[in-house]
Design a protein around this ligand. Sequence first.
Ligand code: MG
Length: 243
Amino acid sequence: MRLSSFFTFILVAIHLVSYSQLKPEDTEQWLPEPKIITFLGSNLVPSDAIILFDGKSLSNFENDKGGIPLWDLKDGIITIAKDRGDIKTKQKFGSFQLHIEWRTPSIIDGDGQYRGNSGVFIQERYEVQVLDCFNNKTYVNGQAGAIYKQTPPLVNASKKPGEWQIYDIVFNAPKFFLDSTLAAPAFITVIHNGVLIQNHTEIKGLTLWQGKPYYKAHGKAPLVLQGHGNLVSYRNIWVRELE
Ligand code: MG
């Protein structure tokens, strides 16, 4: 055996011996302890969440021009008022976990993109489509749970019109260099009624109705709910900031 091979053999042997000598507790981590979460109210909202809408008031929202939101609040739910535009949160958000419940009208009115259309616009720019997609054909990257005009949902987990549906969303905000060029795109995971429909999907930029997506640098921004003219309702909305 050459001398260098001999030393390599010795080093590997020492490494194997020291590795095998690790005790189980040597690989245990005790600190810092994860924060303890409790669950509040009948909606079981996590104690570290920011409640955006709990059925009582729209005080955390404004209309798209900065005034009082004009959607209808009744019986603990908000419903899009026709021709009253979008509503948006007063607070701006970066990365977050979002829980939001929505319902399209039980009385079917319209087809395709005109049946129960609304949308969850993250950071005012990136739309997770809300649409009645129970027996309603449309382009697949525009159906419920699509990253609009970019990525269709993995499956169609839509409930019947008139039934409450849930989106649980994890959003990692895009990052930009100081010169405003893109450092890292946004990524999104969406669970629709308990079913994974977007699995760490890369967002390619603005979710435009017309034209290819592109990024334009921005910071934290509001969450917007789209007023598309259909009587879509929302309830139980909360976020947990991830930064
Ligand atoms: Mg929409």
